[in-house]
Design a binder for this molecule. Structure first.
Ligand code: IMP
Ligand code: MG
Length: 172
């Protein structure tokens, strides 16, 4: 494994983002929605630096690629999500890769009529996007490598690493 972002770099990046968000919302009550499971660590660090009225919720997107279902169709579980109609919503995910997950979540959440909807990711992978949207906020841009740690997984492992590391092909 090769270190991509140290604990300290991540701490600084998340602190910068929290200042940006604090400035942009100017104390307007916010609903922060974390996409499970990858955003958990990012979510917990970020919300503790937002010192204004805040609701927190969780949402899960699953993309099924089975035979009987549309390729890449996204289903969304919102059982842990508060009411978002009329609220300012900030959707968090760990990484923007092809962007399909975030774009799908945004499309679904828009139907619930939030007052505003923005997106924030820890990592933005360069040159991979397949959708006509970009996240409103991101902490770091990374090259097209497979990374784990700080919430990101390979096979649900490595999420607990405090840093972000690249896994080489022979480790996958
Ligand atoms: P997208 O829909 O292609 O943007 O993919 C987003 C999801 O794929 C993320 O929420 C991650 O769960 C997963 N993913 C994409 N790239 C990586 C990576 O480099 N490491 C770990 N998970 C990744
Ligand atoms: Mg994942």
């Amino acid at each position: 494994m090769r270190l991509v972002l140290s604990e300290e770099q991540i701490r600084d990046g998340v602190a910068d983002l929290s200042r940006q968000i604090t400035g942009d919302y100017r104390g307007r009550p916010l609903t922060v929605l974390g996409a499970l499971t990858g955003s958990l660590v990012f979510l917990s660090d970020l919300i503790r630096q937002l010192d204004f009225r805040l609701q927190v919720g969780l949402i899960r997107a699953r993309s099924y690629r089975g035979r009987s279902i549309l390729p890449g169709a996204l289903t969304i579980q919102d059982a842990e999500m508060p009411e978002i109609a009329g609220r300012d919503v900030l959707l968090l995910d760990d990484i923007f890769d092809t962007g399909r997950t975030l774009a799908g979540l945004v499309e679904t959440l828009r139907e619930l009529r939030p007052a505003s909807l923005k997106t924030a990711v820890l990592l933005l992978k360069q040159g991979r996007s397949e959708v006509p949207m970009v996240p409103d906020y991101y902490c770091f841009e990374i090259p097209d490598v497979f990374v784990v740690g700080y919430g990101l997984d390979y096979n649900d492992e490595y999420r607990h690493l405090p840093h972000v590391a690249a896994l080489d092909k022979d480790e996958l």
